[in-house]
Design a protein around this ligand. Structure first.
Ligand SMILES: Cc1cc2nc3c(=O)[nH]c(=O)nc-3n(C[C@H](O)[C@H](O)[C@H](O)COP(=O)(O)OP(=O)(O)OC[C@H]3O[C@@H](n4cnc5c(N)ncnc54)[C@H](O)[C@@H]3O)c2cc1C
Length: 461
């Protein structure tokens, strides 16, 4: 078959960060690219019901509540309780800006967007909304995920929400139970608590966010409890009972938790149903996710998959990089510079958490001789000025080579400043000395690196 038999060299299904990364890299590399999107606007779950709306709402809640809690405003007699609708207003504007900007990427690069549900009918053809056939030589599936809905939970009940629907909450509840204490569950626990809502966070595991450094997890658990979040570990749902005035969560341990609303935040499923995968000989796992190799090729080498639909790490940041990597492989470009194994974690709880590289547990298990340098935010001038003294930066480094092996941080700006450590960690030339041989702006939160590096260096003997 020659290239002229195809409408496109590459057809991308989904316009979230995974799809956008693939489409833009491929078109810049000279391929004829088309995309499909079944939602009414581009941007994916990332823009419309995941990352952007949740982070925008978090920002508004944090700022608004900081102002309302400020003693100066209280002295002035200002007491207010913003409605959910008021708090959400800014979010809609940010989403609109994101859509306009992202749409311009497709327009400027002449990438046509076909709005409708794409489904494979044979190896090289998809139908859009069962109408127009599109033929392409290669494909990238970037269809994302949706919240997992167990059959025995009634999501039609007005007080039972999943993580996509919770953003549309009409009124601020007095109490909320969050089932599932992964990244999304803990972020929403923090957000609702900041809003003054009583929060029950139910964890199916024995610790929060087990993939993080233990000390950071302990700090998160301490601060969530300190703020008033009730955390219950090692619990499994028995059943969920929707009542006229709320929801009762019955746990297998015999406990019952009653609250105004319940947020089900326990897992997500790949958007692979009705994608016609049976027509191209592809299968998914029990979570509806596709398996790929290191080049993001599925079992059919002309069909790639990127982003949440392939599972871990299920981050917008990673989805974009994976999309680019898939396109670079199609273009036969070298992709060794994308550092796909070095994905940082950013968790927007209060306090915010971010980390990159290995944890103390991993280094200990691997018998790597490491040392730790720490800086407490309460000793930083910038943190004192901003009133954000809760937090810590921790650098793990090789005690002989001084190579940075991991950076773990919680507190104000953690998700930003972690990248300084990431750059040094990835550098062939730099090591711990960079942090105390280089002048950092003062006062900054980034100064924590100098303090932590010296703290660790002084432990060496
Ligand atoms: C509440 C929440 C908070 C989050 N916060 C963060 C965060 O702070 N940082 C971070 O990095 N990540 C965060 N994430 C994760 C992030 O949103 C996802 O990792 C990211 O959106 C994945 O991108 P994607 O391109 O794989 O899929 P998506 O962004 O979900 O896009 C998939 C697109 O494919 C379309 N589609 C699906 N099937 C078809 C079809 N058959 N035909 C046509 N179109 C189709 C969908 O309509 C959708 O537009 C969060 C997620 C949630 C739910």
């Amino acid at each position: 078959m020659s290239d002229s038999d195809f409408d496109f060299d590459l057809f991308v299904i989904g316009t979230g960060p995974g799809g956008e990364g693939a489409a833009m890299q491929a078109v810049k590399g000279g391929l004829r690219v088309g995309v499909a999107e079944r939602y009414r606007q581009i941007g994916g779950g990332c823009t419309h019901w995941g990352t952007i709306p949740s982070k925008a709402l978090r920002y508004t809640i944090t700022n608004t509540m900081n102002v309302l809690k400020n003693p100066v405003f209280r002295e002035m007699g200002i007491h207010a309780s913003p409605t959910m609708e008021q708090l959400r207003r800014g979010t809609a504007q940010i989403i609109a800006k994101q859509v306009t900007m992202r749409q311009s990427f497709y327009d400027r690069n002449d990438v046509p967007i076909q709005f409708g549900h794409a489904r494979f009918v044979d190896d090289h053809t998809v139908l859009i909304d069962e109408k127009e056939p599109v033929r392409a030589k290669q494909f990238v599936i970037a269809t994302g995920t949706r919240p997992y809905h167990p059959p025995n939970v009634d999501f039609d009940h007005p007080n039972i929400y999943d993580s996509d629907g919770i953003l549309d909450l009409a009124e601020k509840p007095g109490t909320i139970t969050i089932y599932g204490a992964g990244v999304i569950g803990t972020e929403y626990a923090s957000m609702f608590r900041n809003l003054g809502v009583k929060v029950n966070l139910v964890n199916t595991r024995s610790r929060l966010l087990e993939f993080l450094d233990d000390e950071i997890v302990d700090a998160l658990a301490y601060h969530l409890r300190d703020q008033g979040v009730v955390i219950r570990h090692d619990e499994v749902v028995d059943r969920i009972e929707g009542t006229d005035d709320g929801v009762i969560l019955h746990l297998k341990s015999g406990k019952r938790i009653k609250s105004d609303v319940l947020l089900w935040a326990n897992g997500r499923s790949g958007n692979t149903e009705e994608l016609g995968l049976e027509n191209v000989g592809l299968q998914v796992n029990k979570r509806g996710q596709l398996e790929v190799d290191q080049q993001f090729q599925t079992a059919r080498e002309h069909i790639y998959a990127v982003g949440d639909v392939i599972g871990y790490p299920s981050l917008a940041s990673a989805a974009y990089t994976q999309g680019r990597a898939a396109a670079m492989h199609i273009l036969e470009q070298k992709n060794g510079n994308l550092r796909l194994d070095d994905i940082p974690t950013g968790i927007y709880t209060s306090p915010e958490i971010s980390s990159v590289g290995q944890t103390e547990r991993q280094l200990t298990e691997a018998c790597i001789p490491y040392e730790v340098g720490q800086s407490q935010f309460k000793s930083l001038a910038r943190a004192q000025i901003m009133g954000t003294t809760v937090g810590m930066l921790k650098i793990l480094f090789h005690r002989e080579t001084l190579k940075v092996l991991g950076v773990h941080c919680f507190g104000a700006n953690a998700s930003e400043i972690v990248h300084i450590g990431q750059a040094v960690m990835d550098s062939q030339d730099l090591n711990l000395e960079y942090f105390f041989e280089t002048t950092f702006n003062y006062p900054t939160m980034a100064e924590a690196y100098r303090v932590a590096a010296l703290n660790g260096y002084n432990r060496l003997f």
